[in-house]
Design a protein around this ligand. Structure first.
Ligand code: SAM
Length: 176
């Protein structure tokens, strides 16, 4: 299992979840999220939005996820978070980002994600540092936890997995 598949499994997408990925890159994690059996029966309604500031990345993500896009399950947008307008449609149930530094350093970005999530919605901030070190990962996790808390989210867990040399922090928006 690679880090993308690990992240998709960690998310435990629930049937009917509307999911946002910030900084989706080539759409590799997205391809696993959209293929997750836990996502339940495919619906005609769009359920996954991937955002990246690079048009080259979103074009690559669309190519990689062409079947999911054609099925109406996924869409990929080019835009800069948090400026990009993502508010249309029902609030997201789940948002995540993998290796997008903004999400563990900028409380305003965390607050902006919280504003797009439904009450009780989940945010996962994944990271893989250039070289594996549990201490360095713990440091980033602590920074992420402070950032998410300052952004108004309630941190519920953090973990790291040496097998994929990655870690994450997860948080919930207030119940409303
Ligand atoms: C290090 S790459 C990670 C890509 C992918 N998530 C992965 O794990 O392979 C970071 C990605 O986030 C995008 N990105 C960084 N800051 C962003 C922002 N503020 N808004 C939208 N995309 C952003 C970059 O264009 C890049 O594709």
């Amino acid at each position: 299992m690679d880090r993308h598949e690990w992240a998709a499994q960690t998310l435990s997408v629930r049937p009917g979840d509307r999911v946002l990925e910030i900084g989706c890159g080539h759409g590799v994690t997205a391809s696993h999220v959209c293929a997750e059996p836990a996502a339940g029966p495919r619906e005609a309604t769009q359920r996954f939005v991937g955002l990246d500031r690079s048009a080259k990345m979103t074009a690559a993500a669309v190519r990689r996820n062409a079947a999911h896009v054609a099925a109406g399950l996924a869409e990929f947008r080019t835009g800069v978070f948090p400026a990009a307008d993502l508010a249309a449609g029902r609030p997201f149930d789940l948002a995540y980002a993998f290796n997008v530094r903004l999400l563990w350093t900028d409380p305003a970005a965390a607050r902006a994600v919280a504003g797009l999530l439904r009450p009780g919605g989940r945010l996962f901030v994944f990271f893989r540092l250039p070289s594996w070190s549990p201490a360095a990962h713990r440091e980033v996790a602590a920074q992420a936890a402070r950032t998410l808390t300052a952004g108004g989210l309630a941190v519920t867990a953090d973990a790291q997995d040496e097998a994929v040399e990655s870690g994450y922090v997860t948080a919930l928006t207030p119940p409303g």
